[in-house]
Design a protein around this ligand. Structure first.
Ligand SMILES: NC(=O)c1ccc[n+]([C@@H]2O[C@H](COP(=O)([O-])OP(=O)(O)OC[C@H]3O[C@@H](n4cnc5c(N)ncnc54)[C@H](O)[C@@H]3O)[C@@H](O)[C@H]2O)c1
Length: 341
């Protein structure tokens, strides 16, 4: 990975990306955050010298030595920064959600088309979570049979974060919980099924987080091609620990797992037609930034297509936007718009 000269912009969640870069032996050219205290703390913790620290992300854009950038700034800044970085010829790994509104998705897709030699990956990190990787392997190997129902959730209590900082950017009305955090669960279902939901309808409630201008809890039902039903529950005010409990139902078996459980349950129909219950040991690694970076770096070094392409990120957000629209319209059926400029 010596040929990669990496910059990480945004050092709160980005600090776990920085560790992933260092673990993989790539060289760090810049770390960047507008918060000088955080810049110092993360720089000192990771042994990054002063001359490789900056509070100005344009230093990264303008630095010819930087060829690879990880962007972990607030969702609403992704568009401006991704477009500038791609137009400057950098490879970019951008945190999820790709963007919050359709116009920004279009602008980012257009920038990737304009810069075909730059690799772009969206950081849907759940695709590297061990339980989810194992589920995908079993589905793709045919062990679960033909899928007919998949369900997941994003249950994560944001109450403390909002109490501590009533001006938090996550309170922006455009940052609906379904798009901001729920995109993990929607992306997981899209990935496991290998198809895009073409119809969604949803309902929301607002009992837990009065400071929000939008619903804190939403339930959505969706149809995938191949007669697969889907369901996603999102709550950013629930009183419980963070979890993404997931069930996958197929004609040959059922998988039950989540991102916080050291075991996965697999009910599998054996050759005599009897359903057996297996327990599969799973590592817990909810933010597997090291594997995510390795996958991105491999695509750059070997010039291979990026698995989590700009379209993967954009389609996941488009499905989330359809859920939000449906819940705001009291459950009207909405077809996600997957046409990008
Ligand atoms: N994949 C995941 O599971 C996961 C988890 C958390 C956050 N995220 C995503 O990561 C991104 C960052 O989230 P976070 O929780 O770290 O947010 P945060 O607000 O805690 O931290 C963002 C950091 O970016 C810095 N920043 C803001 N604007 C900047 C700019 N113009 N230039 C340089 N630095 C800037 C801030 O000072 C802050 O330190 C978001 O897109 C979020 O949705 C993903």
């Amino acid at each position: 990975m010596k040929s990669l000269s990496v910059a990480v912009i945004g050092l709160r969640f980005g600090s776990s990306h920085l560790k992933g870069v260092i673990e993989n032996g790539a060289s760090v050219r810049y770390i960047c955050d507008i918060n000088p205290d955080l810049l110092k703390t993360v720089g000192d913790e990771n042994g990054i010298p002063e001359e490789k620290r900056t509070v100005n992300w344009l230093d990264v854009v303008n630095c010819p030595e930087v060829n690879t950038v990880i962007l972990a700034t607030p969702d609403m800044t992704h568009r401006e920064q991704v477009v500038a970085l791609l137009d400057a010829g950098k490879h970019v790994l951008c945190e999820k959600p790709l963007a919050l509104v359709k116009e920004d998705l279009d602008a980012i897709v257009a920038a990737t088309k304009r810069n075909p030699t730059s690799k772009f990956m969206v950081g849907q990190i759940c695709r590297f979570t061990p339980a989810f990787v194992k589920a995908k392997e079993l589905i793709d190997a045919g062990r679960v049979g033909e899928l007919y129902f998949v369900e997941s959730e994003y249950a994560h209590d944001y109450a403390k974060m909002y109490r501590d900082n009533p001006k938090h950017w996550r309170l922006d009305p455009k940052r609906h919980g379904v798009v901001g955090g729920g995109c993990h669960a929607v992306d997981l279902l899209r990935w496991l099924v290998g198809e895009d939901p073409y119809e969604v309808h949803a309902y929301g409630t607002h009992k837990m987080l009065p400071m929000l201008t939008y619903d804190d809890s939403t339930i959505s039902i969706m149809k995938f091609p191949g007669n697969v039903m889907g369901k996603v529950f999102v709550s950013t005010g629930c009183k419980r620990g963070y979890t993404m409990r997931t069930c996958v139902y197929g004609t040959k078996g059922t998988l039950i797992f989540d991102n916080k459980n050291p075991t996965m349950t697999f009910f599998e129909v054996n050759t005599e037609g009897v359903t057996e219950e297996h327990t599969i040991e799973i590592d817990i690694n909810n933010h597997n930034a090291a594997d995510e970076f390795r996958a991105f770096a491999d695509c750059i070094i070997n010039d291979t297509p990026v698995a989590m392409s700009v379209y993967e990120g954009a389609k996941t957000v488009a499905a989330c936007l359809a859920i939000v629209e449906s819940s705001e319209k009291g459950g009207e059926v909405i077809n996600p718009n997957y046409d990008f400029a």
